[in-house]
Design a protein around this ligand. Structure first.
Ligand SMILES: *[C@@H]1O[C@H](CO)[C@@H](O)[C@H](O)[C@H]1NC(C)=O
Ligand SMILES: *[C@@H]1O[C@H](CO)[C@@H](O)[C@H](O)[C@H]1NC(C)=O
Length: 451
């Protein structure tokens, strides 16, 4: 590089830095969307995208809610997946989604932790290595987005999480309460919503073999092989060998994959190759080959280059032109593999105590679970819920459920029950991606949570 080029390079980098971390976020002409980067730590940049609802009302007695959507992975992009494949106003073909959650709330998508989606770090040492660190980065982002915006401050914020995102959601909820109390964060916390979340890995891995045996997807031999691995995982967790437990989880998924002839972990009625979302999901994926990092990273690349073409092209070509602020050398999803690997010690840790803390503080906690999900199965979710120490648990467990219907259709769509600030929804005929599989009953549920 010649000297002139070098100076030019520096100038461009400086401009990029200004654009990406400037105080002014980008915005559409009509102001219905905003997006930007927040430098949550030096050289660690988090991307966010806010959609204002066309239905938004400004009634001081009924403040309009905002949803912060947290995707899982770790390393899965909320700006991409949650937005374009699940609940945002447009689908991956940029066609309007009639079941968008935007009709019930404003939506804030983030690519969290840094390195996910359009977010990026300039140095590999900066990926979040703990869930607490990921949550702290999110609080920094919320401070940046909310503290300067009085309209948003009046809106209750609901943190809605899917999959691994649940572990960050409960930490963000608790940290947000502290930051609000300390006067550092100006927002109102509306509640925490945990949708098919990886909240207690031990309870989920123990649920898999019995569940699959009951629905004919495993035989006794498959169950035996699984049981020896779940016992190993239990022991490793008791010994605090968290990284080793993550590798055993990976081995367990391999065993189940073999003995079930590749059941889909996101919907146990399907084969993994037949799940429309599987290819781009990268969510707690059985394709994660942690022991062979290079193979894992290669598989991520091939995943995004194959059936994931739609989303990958959308994010890396089409939307870059609209958003304008994505640095040239940043690929959407380019650092996703490293995000996962950096959290290998955290992956198998439970966050049940945090749910107890939220409940004790009177925060509304809603849990929903898709009947056909395997990875974060209803069986596993019920198992960790029963471990809660919250004073209302006995009453909650003894209550009857109310059936749910939807849109004038015959047939039960789900069940729900609530006691005080704990709410549970069982959603029938849905896998891991509940809003996608059952849009009608999901929207009704959202309405009950928010309004
Ligand atoms: C959305 O569109 C589908 C078909 O295009 C229709 O079956 C469904 O009822 C619509 N849902 C809503 C909430 O309007
Ligand atoms: C919890 O939700 C209920 C409605 O489901 C609402 O009446 C109550 O005010 C909420 N509590 C808090 C602390 O936000």
């Amino acid at each position: 590089m010649g000297r002139y080029h070098f100076v030019l390079f520096l100038a461009v980098m400086f401009l990029v830095a200004l654009i990406t971390d400037g105080a002014m976020p980008a915005t559409t002409v009509e102001g219905s969307e905003q997006w930007g980067y927040v430098q949550v730590r030096p050289k660690a940049h988090m991307f966010w995208w806010f959609y204002k609802s066309p239905q938004r009302t400004e009634d001081p007695n009924k403040p309009w809610p905002i949803i912060l959507w947290l995707q899982g992975g770790p390393g899965s992009s909320g700006v991409g997946l949650g937005n374009f494949q699940e609940i945002g106003p447009l689908d991956t073909y940029l066609k309007p989604r009639n079941s968008t959650w935007l009709q019930k709330a404003d939506l804030l998508f983030v690519d969290n932790p840094v390195g996910t989606g359009y977010s990026f770090v300039e140095d590999d040492s900066l990926f979040a290595k703990t869930d607490e660190e990921a949550a702290a980065d999110l609080i920094t982002l919320l401070i940046s987005v909310f503290n300067s915006n009085e309209v948003l401050q009046k809106s209750p914020l609901y943190v809605v999480a899917e999959s691994y995102g649940g572990k960050w959601a409960v930490l963000v909820g608790l940290s947000a309460l502290k930051a609000i109390e300390a006067g550092n964060l100006k927002l109102k916390l509306g509640g925490i919503v945990l949708g098919d979340t990886w909240l207690s890995p031990e309870d989920f891995v123990f649920s898999w073999a019995p569940l699959l045996k009951d629905v004919s997807r495993l035989d006794n031999k498959g169950v035996e092989k699984s049981n020896s691995l779940t016992q190993k995982i239990k022991q490793q967790l008791e010994n605090g060998e968290y990284e080793a437990a993550t590798y055993s989880w990976n081995d367990l998924e391999d065993v189940i994959d073999t003995y079930s002839n590749s059941v889909d972990f996101y919907n146990f009625l399907l084969d993994s190759a037949l799940d429309p979302l599987d290819a781009t999901a990268v969510e707690l994926s059985q394709k994660v080959k942690l022991k062979r990092n290079s193979r894992y990273l290669a598989s991520l690349r091939s995943l995004s280059g194959k059936a994931g073409d739609d989303l990958n092209t959308l994010m890396n070509v089409v939307l870059r032109e609209k958003l304008k602020i994505i640095p040239k050398d940043v690929q959407w999803g380019g650092q996703a593999g490293s995000v996962f690997v950096a959290l290998v010690e955290e992956f198998m840790k439970p966050r049940i105590n945090e749910v107890d803390e939220l409940l004790a503080k009177g925060v509304n906690v809603t849990i929903y679970s898709g009947q056909l999900d395997l990875i974060c199965s209803t069986k596993g979710t019920e198992a960790w819920v029963e471990k809660l120490k919250w004073e209302g648990m006995q009453t909650f467990l003894s209550m009857d459920r109310t059936p749910l219907y939807c849109g004038g259709e015959k047939g039960t769509k789900g069940f729900t029950k609530s006691y005080k600030n704990l709410h549970f929804y069982w959603i029938l005929n849905a896998g891991h991606y509940v809003p996608l599989d059952q849009p009608c009953v999901s929207l009704n549920m959202l309405d009950s949570i928010l309004h």
